[in-house]
Write a protein that binds this ligand. Structure first.
Ligand SMILES: [Ca+2]
Ligand SMILES: [Ca+2]
Length: 215
């Protein structure tokens, strides 16, 4: 064998041994422990579950481990319950006292959006006597808080209607109670995320809003 040929044979032999070693290492790597379960080391929070290495999150939660609230949600106010509203204004009746028992307020709701647009109740309570007022679907609800507005200020008001019962016909409707609120503050309470109702207070008045969510 010529020296040149000998060197070529040695080179090819070394190359063969090297490739065989690589193949052995490759085949061994398929047997490393843990590779068979892509969810083995993954923890999904808030009721999420792991599917092939990815957390599948329940409604309301997002992020790699479902650890973040999904605030890209619109909120529906389905009911408004109002109690403790003022019976008088500055010591006087809401309507002209000449009308006796009809001089008490005739309340309805209004909600003002962050951009100033507002919606109002389609019904009112004539001559409310101080008892709890319940506004449901027949009053024009639900009112939808847009997902883009969830972290912005809204205003809910109780207003005295002044042109139906002829008790105070000359004046404009009066705001009885007004409460500014940022919806997001009430829906990210740890352990009570996205509650079915929230309570807002202003002075002696309490508003309870019945809610549902649309993601
Ligand atoms: Ca009245
Ligand atoms: Ca009135």
């Amino acid at each position: 064998m010529k020296p040149t040929n000998f060197l070529i044979v040695v080179f090819l032999s070394l190359l063969f041994i090297s490739c065989q070693k690589e193949n052995e290492e490759d085949s061994n790597s398929f047997n490393l422990p843990g590779n068979g379960d892509p969810c083995g080391s993954i923890e999904c929070l808030n009721g999420g579950y792991c599917d092939n290495g990815t957390c599948i999150c329940p409604q309301g939660f997002t992020g790699v481990n479902c650890g973040e609230l999904d605030l890209n949600v619109s909120i529906r106010i389905n009911s408004i319950s109002v109690s403790g509203y003022p019976q008088t204004v500055g010591g006087n009746a809401w309507d002209d006292p000449f009308f006796g028992s009809s001089s008490t307020a005739d309340p309805y709701w209004r909600i003002v959006r962050p951009n100033g647009n507002s919606s109002e109740s389609t019904t009112y309570f004539p001559n409310a006597n101080g008892g709890t007022l319940y506004f449901g679907p027949s009053s024009g609800l639900p009112f939808t808080i847009f997902s883009s507005d969830v972290d912005n200020s809204h205003t809910i008001q109780l207003i005295d209607l002044d042109d139906i019962d002829a008790s105070d016909i000359a004046s404009a409707d009066d705001v009885m109670v007004s409460k500014v609120f940022v919806p997001e503050i009430y829906i990210d309470d740890p352990g009570n995320e996205f509650p079915s109702s929230i309570t807002l207070t202003s002075g002696s008045t309490t508003f309870v809003l019945g809610l549902s969510y649309v993601w």
